[in-house]
Every structure is written in structure tokens, then in C-alpha cells.
Design a protein around this ligand. Sequence first.
Ligand code: SF4
Length: 214
Amino acid sequence: MEVPKPEIVYRYNTGLYINLTNRCPTACVFCIKNKWKMAYRGSNLNLGGAEPDAKTVISLIKTEWVLAPFDELVFCGYGEPTMRLDTLISVAKAVKTGALAPVPAGLRVRLNTNGLGGLVNGTDIVPRLKGLVDAVHVSLNTPDPLQWLAMMRPKPEYEQKAFTSVLEFVRGASRVIPETVVTAIDGASVDIVKFEALAKELGVKTRIRARLEI
Ligand code: SF4
């Protein structure tokens, strides 16, 4: 069977999703990229190491908009988008400054992340996202540091600081990003009461999402 060409942008629900990288500082137990052979609902998200630059992404967004408008732009693929922070910022800035006309400057921009952007970039990334990203959805999954390690399986170099770093990112985002949400998976043996309490302490909302079939 012929493998479809890699998708840098793909449609899901009413959004246009941006697949910036396949690199990730975690190997989550619930990740379906290997089981689904890097495909996601008909799109091949295997970039084969060929990560797109901002110019390419911007051009694809414009093309897609002309084909059919979408409600939001979502940085989310089979990899952690903040591994490509400069590209992410360039694309979001192009949207928000109206440089992507006819794409409207008011288009909602969302980042789906594991929250490790600060740690992998070696600096607090929230100030760079401020004003460019309307929503940040963080795959936090559990309030328990040890369970987090077991579920998220970060690379060894991040293990020690990872959970704390994610919480710092969430807390920072809650202060300046209009919508910050932490997500967990339904039926994953997580103490949801404690999860909700942690979210409240961090000043964010929660979303319990369905587990993808693996
Ligand atoms: S953060 Fe996303 S891409 Fe990375 S391992 Fe987890 S589920 Fe997969």
C-alpha cells in the first residue's frame, strides 16, 4: 500500500493542525504514534526528520484557508511543538499581526503541549507565548509526581526537574494566556479529585479526555 505524503498541516474537527516536529522529550505510555504508525485519522504525520520552516508553514496555512476557512490553528502533531519554539513563535506572530491575510489576525491560536517547553528550551517560554497564543492545553495527566514519571516517561536528562517544570509552566501560562487547561485521560487510574484540586491551585481549568485506542 502506498504511504501518503507527510503532512505538515492537517485538518481535525474545525481546526487546522500544525505538525512542526516528531521530536519529543517524553515517551508517554498512552502515545499512539507508534501503534498507529505515525498516521492520524488518515494523515501521515511522519516528517522523516524534515522539519518545516516558518515560511513553509505560513504558506500552507494560507493555502488551506483559501480552500476552506477553519476556526482555530492548533500546534499539535506527533512531537512536542515547543521543540520548535522559534518556528512556532514566527508562525503565531504572522497570524496575530495580520501578515497571513486573508487569514484573520483574530484567528484563535492554540498550543497543545506536554508542558516541558521551559525545560527543553532552558528558559521560561511563557513570555514569548504571551499575546500570540490564545489557548494552551497541557497534557498534565496526574497530580502525582511519581505517577507522572511512569506515565510520561521523560528522557533521563529531564527526569529530575520535569514535573516541577511542567507545573511552573502551567502556573505561568495561567497568568498571561487567556485559556490555560490541563488535561487528563479518562480511566487512567488517576486521582481526579486531587487532579482537580491541583488545577485549582494552579489557577487553570481541567479537561478529562477520552483515551485514544491503542
Ligand atoms: S507528548 Fe505527545 S507526541 Fe510526545 S510522547 Fe507524549 S503523546 Fe506522544
